[in-house]
Write a protein that binds this ligand. Structure first.
Ligand SMILES: C[S@@+](CC[C@H](N)C(=O)[O-])C[C@H]1O[C@@H](n2cnc3c(N)ncnc32)[C@H](O)[C@@H]1O
Length: 347
């Protein structure tokens, strides 16, 4: 595995037409666009880290290594955009591990959010999957459309994933295919990860697995929240209601270009089929109860749920559900919320 360190990269320092003088140790004779870009970036490194960086670049063999990624972006005059969370994956081992976590194989249908330059897409297509990719950046869409123009197993849409009609896109792709359920594999922009989780996890009738590269701390909070902590939130109830989550492994920040300020982690959500969801009369009223409960996080449920029933009735329902009358939301597991909801719904 070749890990590139570019710790001092700064989005703003990257100018499309480099005019700053480059340090003499970088070969000024080569004027290829990617080397100019590389020099611009490297100008902000120390001499030692830049030397080791260049050495690693020259050793890299992947078609999506540091140099290839820069070249690909530079061929379109593109620079990573912070607002779009554009941190490109440089380590093809990680892309392979993402695909392996979802057990991607010949004949699978895979949704990829944010293909970027297509490094993960390439791995998915090589495994024999059909890929629907959605990217908000029209330049990245053009780039991957061109890169995979020869493949009839690739389709890309230029859309904001959060606003996309993903259910109808997937149903039209799966229609008439033998493949029962599709998979999601994605190196996500961190800023839309919560929205993506909320959108995709309730789609157990369409997807079997959702494998995401998330911010490490966010991943831990989603998968291993501790009861009675401030990190325990309604999204933890949602994650466990709709899926079996698993934290796979941490991905150090050095594997991305440009390097983010935080590490990432691969998380697998095995989606439950709707027939296996916890038994509640209405998911809408269940999550409405959960959200109301957490609205008054420090409050006891007999107070925060007063708009549903009187304090006395909530106390009674808590008792019937086998819970202390003084319960607070962060003390209840998914199972406890299900019991409480069903007791209240029966009354
Ligand atoms: C972290 S980069 C990952 C790129 C590529 N998958 C890789 O591993 O190198 C995130 C990608 O998501 C795209 N993106 C950002 N916001 C998006 C949104 N709301 N909907 C769809 N794509 C988005 C960015 O343009 C970028 O290509």
């Amino acid at each position: 595995m070749s890990v590139v360190t570019s710790s001092s990269f700064n989005f703003k320092s990257l100018s499309p037409s480099p005019t700053r003088p480059f340090p003499s140790w970088i070969n000024n004779g080569d004027t290829s666009p990617s080397l100019l870009l590389l020099r611009e970036i490297s100008a902000s490194f120390s001499r030692r880290s830049a030397n080791s960086f260049l050495k690693k670049v020259s050793c890299a063999k992947s078609p999506d290594d540091y140099h290839a990624t820069l070249k690909s972006l530079n061929s379109r005059g593109r620079f990573p955009r912070k607002s779009l969370g554009q941190h490109y994956m440089l380590n093809s081992d990680i892309n392979h591990q993402l695909a392996a976590a979802a057990n991607v194989k010949e004949g699978d249908f895979v949704l990829e959010i944010g293909p970027g330059t297509g490094s993960l897409t390439n791995v998915l297509l090589n495994l024999g999957a059909t890929v629907l990719a959605i990217d908000k950046d029209p330049h990245m869409v053009d780039l991957v459309r061109e890169r995979f123009a020869g493949s009839d197993k690739f389709k890309v849409l230029q859309e904001d994933f959060v606003k996309s009609h993903i259910r109808s896109h997937m149903l039209s792709i799966l229609e008439g295919s033998d493949s029962a359920l599709a998979k999601v594999v994605s190196n996500l922009p961190f800023n839309i990860s919560t929205d993506v989780v909320k959108l995709l996890l309730p789609m157990g009738d369409i997807f079997s697995e959702v494998v995401l590269l998330l911010q490490d701390e966010a991943a831990l909070r989603l998968v291993e929240p501790a009861l009675r902590t401030s990190e325990y939130r309604p999204i933890n109830i949602l994650v466990n209601f709709y899926s079996e989550p698993e934290y796979n492994f941490r991905v150090p920040r050095e594997n991305f270009f440009p390097q983010p300020k935080v590490d990432a982690a691969v998380v697998t959500f095995k989606l439950k089929h709707p027939k296996d969801y916890p038994d509640v009369s209405s998911t809408k009223s269940f999550f409405s109860l959960v959200n109301s409960a957490f609205n008054g996080k420090r409050k006891m449920l007999r107070k925060s749920l007063q708009h549903i029933s009187s304090s006395l009735e909530i106390e009674k329902a808590l008792g019937v559900a086998g819970l202390p009358v003084t319960s607070r939301p962060e003390e209840l597991t998914l199972g406890d919320f299900v019991k409480l909801h069903n007791v209240i719904a029966r009354e």
